[in-house]
Design a binder for this molecule. Structure first.
Ligand SMILES: Cc1ncc(COP(=O)(O)O)c(C=O)c1O
Length: 372
């Protein structure tokens, strides 16, 4: 991502100086490619697609349809999410993807000079919003030997105003047990943000939503973009103590969740639960295969990768990305740059589970390019 040219700031003196940190989130992606680069859910199956088509038609033909505003408060979605996450509805605020939840946190909590600690490497939106708000960004690195959380370093950040952890982490798939998060929350006056975008892919990992009734300073982000395979609907949630959620409910712009998205999201949560475990098991099996294949390649350093993706470091990652994209129409994500060997993320790459065929091609090409 490229930051705004400083000449732009000279031309528009009314922009805040922090606008120099605003950067376009661009991804160059051919329309028909296998998408192993965005950690999305696997493509919907034919049954799911036809169910959603029918529900779209039901919504469009309903009394309250596309010509009307959605209800100000998406209560049906809130109730369905509260049921899913095992909390009371007043502890949940549905958002336009969890990205909106992150923006609301930045608006509410990232003041000028506020100390925001982020465990890194992390989802890039946290750092950009922190810089745009003029907050004081503090990096808390993962362990350099194995990319696991360094609990000592995390606990040292407890004096920060806000501490952000992704659990599992993007891009490394590192995880923290809920007991460690409870320990951090108890020892800090700051807000502890736990981003659980990928937690459904780790059924053995307990969610921090269980902490919110006891710890008013824990705020959890959830999404339907990953395991539920509904990134296009833009549905996420903030889960926290009811008193804290009230603030975010008031701050969120009205109609952030569209009526159609709410309708389809509620349908999925009410009707796809019984196939959900099987879907997760399928993704886990594919992910384990990808992990095992990469581990066998000499010179590959694996990150923990406990999610729907694999994350690894190898100097030939850039060649692998190019070959997959140009010859096989498969996209993966690489970090750093080929000519910047001293960059912290040099050689890091991430690939998420997609169709079985695309995963097989990814593994074969990885063996060829990285193993040569
Ligand atoms: C850790 C993490 N949080 C949040 C998001 C945003 O997801 P969405 O806005 O689709 O819910 C992503 C997307 O990749 C992510 O990796």
């Amino acid at each position: 991502m490229k930051e705004t040219e400083s000449s732009c700031l000279n031309e528009f003196p009314f922009l805040r100086p922090e606008m120099k940190h605003v950067s376009l989130y661009t991804l160059q992606e051919p329309l028909f490619s296998a998408r192993l680069h965005q950690n999305e859910g696997i493509p919907l199956n034919e049954t799911e697609k036809s169910q959603l088509s029918e529900q779209c038609a039901n919504f469009i033909n309903a009394h309250r349809s596309l010509n009307t505003y959605p209800s100000v408060d998406p209560t049906a979605l809130r109730d369905a999410m509260a049921n899913l996450y095992g909390v009371s509805p007043d502890c949940v605020e549905p958002t336009c993807g969890s990205s909106q939840g992150i923006s609301l946190i930045a608006q509410a909590c990232f003041d000028k000079g506020t100390a925001v600690s982020v465990v890194e490497p992390s989802f890039s939106l946290y750092k950009s919003l922190c810089l745009i708000q003029g907050s004081n960004y503090r990096s808390v690195p993962l362990r350099t030997d194995n990319f696991e959380y360094d609990m000592e370093a995390v606990l040292k950040a407890r004096t920060s105003d806000v501490i952000i952890l992704c659990n599992p982490n993007n891009p490394t798939g590192s995880v923290l047990p809920v007991a460690s998060i409870a320990q951090l929350a108890a020892s800090s006056k700051g807000l502890i943000v736990v981003d659980e975008a990928y937690i459904e892919f780790c059924p053995e990992l307990a969610s921090s939503v269980s902490l919110v009734s006891k710890h008013k300073n824990v705020l959890v982000l959830r999404t339907l973009s990953k395991a539920w395979g509904l990134a296009g609907l833009r549905l996420g949630a903030l889960v926290g103590h009811a008193d804290l959620i009230k603030v975010f409910r008031a701050l969120k712009p009205p109609y952030s969740v569209t009526g159609l998205s709410e309708h389809l999201g509620v349908f999925a949560l009410q009707n796809w639960q019984q196939n959900f475990a099987a879907k997760i098991a399928h993704v886990q099996a594919q992910q384990s295969k990808m992990l095992a294949t990469l581990k066998m390649i000499p010179g590959v350093v694996m990150a923990p990768s406990r999610a729907n993706f694999v994350c690894f470091v190898h100097p030939k990652s850039y060649d692998l990305e190019l070959e997959l994209r140009s010859k096989h129409n498969i996209l993966i994500r690489v970090y750093g740059q080929k000519n910047q060997k001293d960059h912290a993320s040099y050689g890091m790459a991430r690939a998420s589970v997609w169709s079985d065929d695309a995963n097989d091609v990814f593994m074969a090409v990885a063996q060829k390019v990285l193993g040569s």
